[in-house]
Design a protein around this ligand. Structure first.
Ligand SMILES: Cc1cc2nc3c(=O)[nH]c(=O)nc-3n(C[C@H](O)[C@H](O)[C@H](O)COP(=O)(O)OP(=O)(O)OC[C@H]3O[C@@H](n4cnc5c(N)ncnc54)[C@H](O)[C@@H]3O)c2cc1C
Length: 417
């Protein structure tokens, strides 16, 4: 078979890793300039790998396969150095959170760190490139794909492929959108978006927890009825901004070597609306743009927790130094940009969390906004025989390991046929 893989991220890596020895011709189209490009792949910030049946995507991935793929990434680091942790294996923590209404999520964590990821990606690429049946085409921003009978064509090219695997992640939504226009039946669901904040506290407040599990993942049904969750905990980490085409959001990461005095994590509220609503990206983008409008171009809003809770503009900070560079934020009031129900859900979450982790609700802790996690349209992979979607662009995964495993399992299904 001649197979095109569009995008070279986690899902493509899993797909190629599984199929590379089977003699099929694989052509990878990647829009980035080269493997060193700062925009290539989702495997470029933080690199926290986790093994869990409770998060990462909505498909079932065997835990043994997840661990095998974690080992694959660790094998591609320079010196196999990782930070590890296990969440909620300690039953006393489990009980403490559970008692206050939290749903603890179990997972094993392996943190590679932003500083190691470039090398990991490069090593994997070098390994694949050595195979005669695998070729890479960089600077190929694929805008359309069309199927004609048993053949598939990319863009305006007349080069035919037997199969095309779309692995463009969430950043490739334009390509997926163009395919969906031709095949609207592919969409199973598109009603969800996660909106929230990045929270930053001094390390000493969460030290014990960070040592015990590296990342504490919990969900909580707030008094507003909305589900709120923690996401992407970064012990001794850094807050960063993430630039989209027309707005900026906040994010966080941690490095293996350079450490800060603070821990940051996201607190996200899942918004799932019903018909006629069908534009979660539009809704999330509007709130992001409104936040940016208040903060100034390219900036996010920073506020102390007390002011966030009481809807007052922050003019000064007190004990905590933000890890985000001061040219990237403005002190302000997030309440001017976020709907009340979201703010109330987050405040309820933090106040309740403070009963488990004293100090989490200190008035001068830092709140950054907007943090937004978009969900891709949930796509039906059974509709088209020779055009498949893997990883985050399929809507079925949201993490490096799940995306890699999705690609791996797709390759297996090709080999079975
Ligand atoms: C800042 C950040 C930090 C993250 N940290 C973590 C983490 O620590 N742990 C974790 O598990 N998950 C993390 N994630 C999520 C994780 O990166 C993704 O879930 C995962 O990378 C998805 O893999 P993918 O292959 O579907 O997409 P990606 O890894 O995003 O790869 C998609 C590739 O397709 C290319 N592409 C896009 N459109 C086109 C096109 N039209 N034509 C050609 N090429 C195209 C892109 O350049 C990219 O290389 C993070 C995400 C972000 C944004």
């Amino acid at each position: 078979m001649k197979i095109a893989v569009i995008g070279f991220g986690a899902a493509a890596i899993g797909f190629i890793e599984r199929i590379k020895n089977e003699g099929h011709e694989i052509v990878v189209f990647e829009r980035s300039k080269d493997i060193y490009s700062s925009s290539i792949s989702g495997i470029r910030a933080d690199g926290k790998l986790f093994v869990s049946s409770e998060m990462g995507g909505d498909i079932h991935i065997d835990l043994a396969l997840q661990k095998k793929l974690v080992d694959f990434y660790i094998d591609n680091t320079e010196d196999h150095q990782v930070e590890t942790g296990q969440s909620f294996t300690n039953s006393s923590y489990f009980k403490k959170f559970y008692e206050k209404g939290f749903m603890p999520i179990s997972a094993d964590f392996y943190h590679l760190g932003t500083d190691q990821l470039k090398m990991v990606l490069y090593n994997i690429y070098e390994n694949f490139k050595a195979f005669k049946n695998i070729s890479f085409r960089f600077e190929q921003n694929v805008l359309s794909v069309k199927t004609v009978g048993k053949e598939v064509f990319i863009g305006d090219s007349d080069e035919a492929f037997d199969r095309v695997v779309i692995a463009v992640g969430r950043s490739g939504h334009k390509l997926v959108g163009s395919i969906i226009k031709d095949y609207p039946d592919l969409i199973l669901d598109n009603t969800k978006v996660d909106l929230g904040i990045r929270y930053e506290v001094p390390n000493h407040i969460v030290d014990e927890l960070n040592k015990e599990m590296y990342e504490f993942k919990v969900k909580y049904k707030s008094k507003t009825g909305y589900m709120v969750r923690t996401f992407c905990n970064n012990p001794s980490g850094f807050v960063v901004t993430e630039t989209y085409d027309d707005f900026v959001t906040v994010n966080g990461h941690a490095k293996m070597k350079e450490k800060s005095q603070n821990t940051n994590f996201a607190i996200l509220v899942t918004i799932q609306l019903t018909e006629p609503f069908n534009n979660p990206i539009g809704y999330g983008s509007h709130i992001a743009k409104l936040s940016n409008l208040l903060a100034g171009k390219g900036k996010v809003i920073l506020q102390t927790y007390d002011h966030f809770k009481n809807s007052k503009r922050t003019k000064n900070l007190y004990r905590i130094q933000p890890t985000l560079h001061e040219c990237k934020y403005i002190l302000g009031d997030i309440n001017l940009a976020f709907p009340r129900r979201i703010i109330e859900s987050i405040v309820d979450f933090i106040e309740t969390l403070d009963q488990v982790i004293p100090g989490i609700a200190y008035p001068d802790n830092l709140v950054y906004a907007p943090e937004i996690k978009f969900y891709s349209n949930l796509l039906d992979n059974t509709k088209l025989e020779n055009l498949k979607f893997i990883g985050d662009c399929s809507g079925h995964t949201r993490s490096i390991i799940y995306a890699t495993a999705h690609g791996y399992l797709m390759a297996e299904s090709f080999l079975e046929k």
